[in-house]
Design a protein around this ligand. Structure first.
Ligand code: CDP
Ligand code: CDP
Length: 231
């Protein structure tokens, strides 16, 4: 069977998906496709076109009123040495897609069917060409429901907030209190679990891994053990 292979890795924010997906992709010699980063790039593109507006709610209102065609953006996803890069009008976006302003506005884009379809189309085009580890929220349920290789990572809200806080502190950024971060994560979980399409859920048949009390290397070896060299 020469069909390119797909491994789906779903779970809530901070469960360790991108870290683990990156390591596994390197080990198995395939690409790590980060679907959240594509949602971020489309959000950034909409902000360039529509303006950031005064508040995320105002941005959401303008976005729903005008809803630019997601195919209309000159957005390109590429890979360099395993790193996923995002180009808008041939400018590489880098960390511009990771600002709090993008994060606060992404929900409007992630809730929109046309935009979800656009992301899914990009991922499937890529998956038709090459083997992928894809991390996201709806990869095993919506984007690649037929893949036999499905995993779901989870961790307690407190643990995920502690990880986020550690990351912020280590990168020299100002970190909100643990309570505040817990609240932000719980809010995002709520949005991700309750969206009408592409909601976060455990895909039928997925292997569940709770990462609350294990480090990334244990998660990686757990997944590799499950694959038993079949991937
Ligand atoms: O992609 P996702 O939002 O699911 O999580 P991530 O960005 O990969 O991981 C969030 C943080 O948790 C990173 O700093 C990881 O190094 C850390 N992590 C961990 O402490 N233990 C794990 N088993 C997995 C990730
Ligand atoms: O910030 P973090 O790394 O945890 O999240 P991300 O993976 O970069 O995803 C950003 C946002 O995009 C998430 O909060 C989800 O709402 C949305 N997303 C989605 O709706 N579907 C996906 N397959 C991936 C991300």
């Amino acid at each position: 069977n020469a069909k390119p292979r797909i491994l789906s890795l779903d779970g809530p924010a901070g469960s360790g998906k991108s870290t683990v997906a990156g390591i596994i992709a390197r080990r198995l010699g395939c690409l790590h496709a980060d679907s959240g980063a594509i949602y971020r790039s489309l959000t950034y593109a909409c902000m360039q076109l529509l303006g950031e507006q005064a508040s995320p709610e105002e941005f959401g209102r303008v976005f729903l009123e005008q809803t630019p065609d997601p195919h209309g953006f000159a957005l390109r996803v590429d890979y360099d040495n395993g790193k996923q890069l995002h180009y808008l009008n041939e400018e590489e976006l880098g960390l511009k897609i990771r600002t709090p302003s993008v994060t606060a506005r992404i929900r409007y884009i992630a809730d929109h069917a046309q935009y979800r379809n656009r992301v899914n189309e990009l991922l499937r085009e890529l998956g038709a060409k090459t083997a992928l580890i894809v991390d996201g929220r709806d990869i095993g349920t919506v984007v690649f429901p037929d893949t036999p290789f499905k995993f779901y990572l989870d961790a307690a809200v407190r643990t995920r907030a502690e990880r986020r806080r550690k990351e912020l502190i280590e990168s020299g950024m100002e970190a909100p209190s643990l309570e505040e971060l817990e609240k932000q994560i719980a809010d995002r979980d709520e949005q991700d679990r309750n969206r009408k399409i592409g909601a976060l859920q455990i895909p039928p048949g997925a292997i569940l891994i709770d990462t609350s009390n294990i480090d990334r290397d244990m998660v990686v070896s757990g997944i590799l053990a499950h694959l038993q060299e079949q991937f």
